[in-house]
Structures are given as C-alpha cells and as structure tokens.
Design a protein around this ligand. Sequence first.
Ligand code: SF4
Length: 211
Amino acid sequence: MNIYDLIGIFSVLFIGIMLVLLAIALTLGYIAIKKGLIFLPGIILWVLTVFYIPAKKISGIFTDDIVIDKICVEVMNKINEKYFKEIEYKDRTIFIPQCLRSVNCPAKINYYGLNCVSCDKCCIAKIKNKADELGYSLCIIPGSRFIPRILNKINPKAVLCVACPIELNEVMAMLSNKNMCVQGVTLLKDGCVETDVNIDELFHVMELSLK
Ligand code: SF4
C-alpha cells in the first residue's frame, strides 16, 4: 500500500465520520428547535462549530442553512440558562440591534450606541421600560463591534443578545469563549431596517430567574 492509498483511505474515513457526526448533530439539533428537547448539547455544539460550513451546505439542500445558526443559539441558550437564572437582573446587560428602530427615530448614536428617547415609534421603548423596571442595563447597538467597548465599561456578569441568527450565533460564541454567561433571542424579521422581535419571548428570557 503506497502513500496515496493511505491518504485515500484516511480521506474516506474522515468524510464518513464527519457525515455520521453531522447526521447525529443535525437530528438532535432539529429535535431541539422543533420540540424544545435537547440531548447532548455540548456534542451538538462542538460538531456544528467544527463542521459549520459543511453543516450549512447539507442543511441548505433540505431546508434553510440558517437552521444551523438557530440550533447553535438554542443549544447555547440551554447550556447557559441555569447560570443565567442565578445572576441578578442588575448584573445583566441586554444588547439589542438599532435596526429595530423606526425609520423616523429621533434618537442619536454615540460611542456606546443609540440613545433612545422613548418616542414610542418602535418596540425599543417597551424593551427599555422593561429593562428599567427589572434593573438591566440596555445597549442599543449598530453592530457587534460596539460590544467589547461596552463590556469594558459595564463589566456585566451575564449578557442577553438580540440579533439575526447568523450574527447572534457568532456573538454568543464569542462571548461564551470569554466565559460570559449568555442568552440569545433571534429576530423574527432581519435585514437592516425596521426589523422585528417577539417581545413576549424576549421578556420571558429577561425575566428568567431562580424565583
Ligand atoms: S422608541 Fe427609541 S429607538 Fe424607537 S424610534 Fe423612538 S427614540 Fe428611536
């Protein structure tokens, strides 16, 4: 057997193992987002992170490739939920995207994000009220590049992020790698202007606690 035969055998083995792992992770991930039942979350997340591109290609054949990001978000939520509940509201920060605002928004953006004046033209006013009521710090940001500078300033113990599935997956993975306790809620409608979020779902996550 020469070196090319060995390379061929290892390549076939590698692809075979990858496909089996992906099939398991995708099946478990699908159950997680459809039924809310999560088995082996660490393994699902590891497989979908390591084989992110092939996972997206495969899911794109059968459905939407965004499913992979939704699964990762759901799994990270599950992994972090218990710890998130233990952290007091005052030690949590919520990041929401400025694309939720009305096109007629009168607020100005500064170094730390949008300074909402609660004009009630969009759902951000309601989210701001809820954050104030519970004691969260709220940051309305034009992009994920604002997150590190805000974390440096506030230094929260937990973070709740709202974003489109792809960006949310990236941001949650980045924050998890920094050992930050994180939860995420995906936008109902993404894009750059007048996006939408399920307020009931967001408030439910904001209210998570041990009480
Ligand atoms: S509620 Fe706040 S973010 Fe929304 S349009 Fe008014 S000022 Fe802008």
